[in-house]
Design a protein around this ligand. Structure first.
Ligand code: NFS
Length: 645
C-alpha cells in the first residue's frame, strides 16, 4: 500500500487520511489501489456499445484483431473518445438548461425566490442575442433571453447564437470544416447516434462530430449556464475567503453544499442566513450555522458570496470523517457514492435534492424552483436537528486565504477603469514581455496522481516563468489551498514584469475564475484579447494555452476539446484515453495543428508539462514577432521544499 504522504500534497487531507486508516474507513484514495485499471480500457480500445462484445483490441497488436462487427481500433478509440465529449457536454448543458428554465420562471413571476440581480449583464446578453431592449420591462427582456437560450437546446438548424461571439477567423474555420454547432441537444444526440453500433466508422468523421459537440458545450450549454447565473445571482467580483477543511467549525452547525448548480446552493445560503434559522441553531446548542462548499457549487457561492470552501472533489469523503458535518447537501455531478457509506456510520445526513440523482444511504428532499426557499429552509432545519447527535469531532487546523471571483467583466474593468474598460493594458503587457502568456489551468483531482501536487507544481512554475494563470474547478481549489491566490505571491515568486503588472492592478498572478461551466468565461476573455488587437486575429494566434493536470471527468475532456476546437493548445496530465490508436492520437496531437491551428497534448510529468506549455506560448510569441530570449526558471531546493505545502 502506498504511503499516505505520497497520496496528497494537502496537509489537511493527509491528516484525515491517517484518521480514515486508523478507523478502517475506506475512501477513494484506497479504492484506487484496488482498481488497478485495465490496459484496454485505458487505451480506449475496449468496445461495449453492443451485446456481441465486449470486444477488446490489444493496442500493442492493433492489426491482429477487430471487434465482432469488424470495427478496427481507430473506430473503437474514436467512438469512446467522442462519447466522453458527449457525456461531458450533456452534464454542463443540462446544468445550463436548468438555469434557463429558472430564469424563465423568475421572469414570469412563477417563483418569487429568484429575481434578476444583474441587469447590466441581462442587457448585454440581450444585445448579443439581438433582442430588442427599448423601453421594455426588465422581466419582459429576461423572459425573452430565457426563452431564446432554452430554444438553443432544441435548435435543429442554423448556427448557435453564442458561438457568434467567437473571432471571425475561428468561425470561418468551423464553417469550412462543417462543425459550426447547431442546437445543443442535437449535437449530443448526434454523437451518441453516430457512435452506436454500425453507424459512423470513419474515425476522422467521428471526431468531427465530437468537435462540433464540444463547441455546443463551450459556446452553448456552459456559456448559457454562466451568463444566466450571472443574471440571476450577479456577476462575481473579487472577494476574499477561506479554504480547506479547517473552515468547518466545532461549535456551529456545519452544512456542506456539494455538486454544481447554484440554483440550490444560493437558496441554502439565503436560508442559512435567516434569523429564524440562526435562532433554531442556537436552541439546538450551536453558536450558529456554518456553510461551506465542495467542488464547483463551492466555487459558485465562493465567487458570489465569499462562502468558505471545505475542499475539492477528493476531500468530500474526508470532510465527513471530521464528524463535524451535520448535512451534506448534494445535487448533481462529481458526488461520490462513497459519501453515503461513510455518512451511514456518522450522525451526518446526505441530502439528495435532484430527481436526476438519488443514492443509497441518503435522505431525499426534492428541490423545486417554484418554492425553493421553503425547501432550503427544510434542508437547513434537518441539519440543525442533527447537531445534538454529534459524536467526537476532529477538524484539521488548516485554512488558507484566497481571493476569488475574476472574470472577463472584471478584467476589463480593472485594467481599463469604469469609463474606458479595455484589455489594452493586458495585451500591451504581453506584447512587451512583462507577461509571457496566459495559461488556463482547470479540471479535477484524480487519486491516480498525488492529490493537488501536480496542480500546485505546474501553477507555481508557470507564474515563476512570467505566465498569468487563470483557473476554475477543483484545480483552482488545489492552488488556493497552497496559498497562491493572494496578491503578495506575485512579488515572492514572479519575475519583475509580472509582479509589476499584478501590483499595479492589484491582482494575484493566479486568478480564480469560478466553476467548470465558467471555462466559458475563459473563451470570452481569449476572444476579447483577440478583438483588442496586436496579438493576431484568432485565439490560435495568442500566447495562451490550457491544461488539466489532474483531470478525471468526461466533462474535462469536453472542455479540453472545446478549448482545442476554439484554437487553444491544451495539455492534459494523468493518462490519455486514445493511446490505443496511433491514427486517432496523431490526428488529435499533430494533424489538428493544420486543421484547427492548435492541438491536444499529453504530459503527466509536472515539470515537463510546464516545459511544454512554455514552448507552446513561446512559439506563439515568436510567430507574432514579440519574442525575447529568456531563460527558464527552475525551482531551487528551497522553493521545492516550500511546495511540500
Ligand atoms: Ni469540473 Fe466541477 Fe471538480 Fe472535475 Fe468535478 S467538481 S465540473 S468535473 S471534479 S473540476
Amino acid at each position: 500500500m502506498a504511503e499516505l504522504d505520497e497520496k496528497t500534497a494537502c496537509e489537511a487531507t493527509l491528516e484525515m487520511l491517517r484518521k480514515a486508516r486508523e478507523e478502517g474507513q475506506e475512501t477513494a484514495f484506497d479504492r484506487v489501489e484496488q482498481q488497478k485499471g485495465c490496459a484496454f480500457g485505458e487505451a480506449g480500445s475496449c468496445c461495449r456499445i453492443c451485446n456481441m462484445g465486449p470486444c477488446r483490441i490489444n493496442p500493442k497488436k492493433p492489426d491482429e484483431s477487430r471487434g465482432v462487427c469488424g470495427a478496427n481500433i481507430d473506430t473503437i478509440v474514436a467512438r469512446n473518445f467522442a462519447r466522453m465529449v458527449a457525456g461531458g457536454a450533456s452534464a454542463h448543458s443540462d446544468h445550463g438548461r436548468a438555469v434557463a428554465e429558472t430564469l424563465i420562471m423568475a421572469a414570469k413571476g412563477e417563483t418569487t425566490d429568484y429575481e434578476i440581480k444583474d441587469r447590466v449583464k441581462l442587457l448585454e446578453v440581450a444585445a448579443d442575442l439581438d433582442i430588442e431592449i427599448g423601453e421594455r420591462e426588465i422581466n419582459d427582456i429576461a423572459l425573452e433571453v430565457g426563452e431564446r437560450c432554452l430554444a438553443m437546446f432544441g435548435q435543429q438548424e442554423g448556427e448557435l447564437a453564442f458561438a457568434q461571439r467567437a473571432p471571425e477567423k475561428r468561425k470561418e474555420i468551423w464553417r469550412q470544416l462543417g462543425i459550426f454547432p447547431r442546437g445543443i441537444d442535437r449535437e449530443v444526440v448526434e454523437v451518441m447516434h453516430r457512435t452506436s453500433i454500425g453507424v459512423d466508422q470513419d474515425y476522422e468523421n467521428i471526431l468531427k462530430g465530437a468537435a462540433r459537440c464540444s463547441l455546443a458545450d463551450g459556446w452553448g450549454g456552459s456559456m448559457i449556464g454562466t451568463e444566466l447565473q450571472d443574471i440571476l445571482f450577479e456577476t462575481p467580483v473579487p472577494v476574499e475567503a477561506k479554504i480547506n477543511l479547517g473552515v468547518l467549525k466545532e461549535d456551529e452547525v456545519n452544512i456542506i453544499v456539494h455538486g454544481h448548480e447554484p440554483l440550490l446552493s444560493e437558496m441554502i445560503v439565503l436560508a442559512a442566513s435567516l434569523p429564524e434559522m440562526q435562532e433554531k441553531a442556537e436552541k439546538a446548542g450551536a453558536k450558529g450555522i456554518n456553510l461551506a462548499g465542495i467542488c464547483c457549487t463551492a466555487n459558485e457561492i465562493l465567487t458570489r458570496h465569499g462562502i468558505p470552501v471545505a475542499g475539492n472533489v477528493l476531500q468530500q469523503e474526508l470532510a465527513l470523517l471530521t464528524g463535524a458535518v451535520e448535512a451534506m447537501v448534494v445535487d448533481v455531478q462529481c458526488v461520490y457514492q462513497g459519501i453515503g457509506q461513510i455518512a451511514s456510520c456518522l450522525h451526518t445526513d446526505i441530502i439528495t435534492t435532484s430527481p436526476k440523482a438519488k443514492m443509497p444511504y441518503a435522505r431525499h428532499i426534492e428541490f423545486h424552483e417554484n418554492h425553493a426557499l421553503d425547501i432550503a429552509k427544510e434542508i437547513v432545519s434537518a441539519a440543525i436537528e442533527n447537531y445534538p447527535k454529534r459524536g467526537k469531532v476532529t477538524i484539521p487546523d488548516n485554512t488558507e486565504a484566497l481571493i476569488a471571483g475574476f472574470n472577463h467583466e472584471y478584467i476589463n474593468y480593472m485594467l481599463g477603469g469604469k469609463y474606458r474598460a479595455s484589455y489594452r493594458p493586458l495585451n500591451d503587457a504581453i506584447i512587451d514581455g512583462r507577461i509571457r502568456g496566459v495559461v488556463g489551468v482547470v479540471g479535477c483531482n484524480n487519486p491516480r496522481v498525488k492529490h493537488d501536487d501536480v496542480h500546485v507544481r505546474v501553477v507555481r512554475e508557470l507564474i515563476a516563468n512570467g505566465c498569468l494563470v487563470v483557473m476554475t474547478g477543483c484545480a483552482a481549489q488545489s492552488v488556493a489551498k497552497a496559498g497562491l491566490m493572494l496578491p503578495e505571491v506575485a512579488r515572492e515568486i514572479c519575475p519583475q514584469g509580472l509582479w509589476e503588472v499584478c501590483e499595479a492592478v492589484g491582482i494575484p498572478p493566479v486568478l480564480h475564475c469560478g466553476s467548470c461551466v465558467d471555462n466559458s468565461r475563459i473563451l470570452i476573455a481569449l476572444t476579447a484579447m483577440v478583438h483588442e488587437g496586436g496579438l493576431g486575429d484568432d485565439i490560435s494566434d495568442l500566447p495562451a494555452a490550457g491544461c488539466a493536470p489532474e483531470w478525471m471527468s468526461e466533462k474535462a475532456i469536453a472542455i479540453g476539446q472545446y478549448f482545442v476546437t476554439s484554437g487553444a493548445a491544451t495539455v492534459f496530465g494523468v493518462s490519455w484515453p486514445t493511446l490505443g490508436s496511433k491514427n486517432v492520437t496523431e490526428l488529435l496531437f499533430e494533424r489538428y495543428n493544420d486543421i484547427l491551428k492548435n492541438s491536444w497534448h499529453f504530459e503527466p510529468d509536472p515539470e515537463k508539462m510546464v516545459g511544454k506549455l512554455l514552448t507552446l506560448i513561446d512559439s506563439k510569441r515568436e510567430a507574432l514577432g514579440i519574442s525575447a530570449k529568456r531563460e527558464r526558471v527552475l525551482y531551487d531546493m528551497a522553493m521545492r521544499r516550500e511546495l511540500e505545502i
